[in-house]
Design a protein around this ligand. Sequence first.
Ligand SMILES: [Fe+2]
Length: 264
Amino acid sequence: MQIQSADPAAMANFYADTLDMSSRRLDSGDWLLEGPQRRVLVTSGADRALGFAAFACRDPHGLAAIRARVTAESAEILPSPSPLFGSDAFAVKDPDGNCIVFGLGQSETPRKGVRGPLQHLTLATRDPEAIERFYVGTLGFATSDYVRDETGRIMACWMRSNHEHHTLACFRKSVPGIDHHSYEAGDWSVIKDWCDRMGDRRIPIMWGPGRHGPGNNLFIFIEDPDRNWIEISAELEVVHDRAAQVWPHEEHTVNLWGRGILRQ
Ligand SMILES: [Fe+2]
């Protein structure tokens, strides 16, 4: 993913040190942060704005299938803005104007470093119904879980593009943009290692540890210097095939262990 920032150098320093990533400046001026199975680009712009989100397909066949589906759905195919993909990559715009890129991974990520692949992006949107229609209907994601309010409106929605419970999610919120992005630590003991790393750096855990209802994943949240929310997660549900479930709009849904942050 590419995140915009008014101070990209400060963001690059934070991600390099806190999230155990190497940092280098590209010819484009973007900062590239790399760790094992995680890459983040930081570019100049408005704080907390999404430049683009990128999904790496496993093989050329999968990439071609998504392109064919997007074409069949009459959505516009745009050039990929990512310097990390090849010429076969392409982009689409979702109903909120978020730029979503699909391509094939071009190179290995570093092998050394604390475990935590970049696993999902959660959007904030005023129109979750339109977001779900686009990602499921146009792109072919599958919905794993909903939160609905008492009138039936979607308040949150988790969608998958592989066996993981969600790779893209959204919350209904008055200000659209990024809600958070998440790194998957795999198991609880690795989250503990991340917490110790944050403690050494005097970075407070702003939410958690807790366990989400939808996805059943353990989590902690921290903030970066621009106040983007960063999640570190483990034990995310593996979904092979099941109907989407509906959860109530209450704190317990988003944290089975205690205080929940309901978006507004
Ligand atoms: Fe998340």
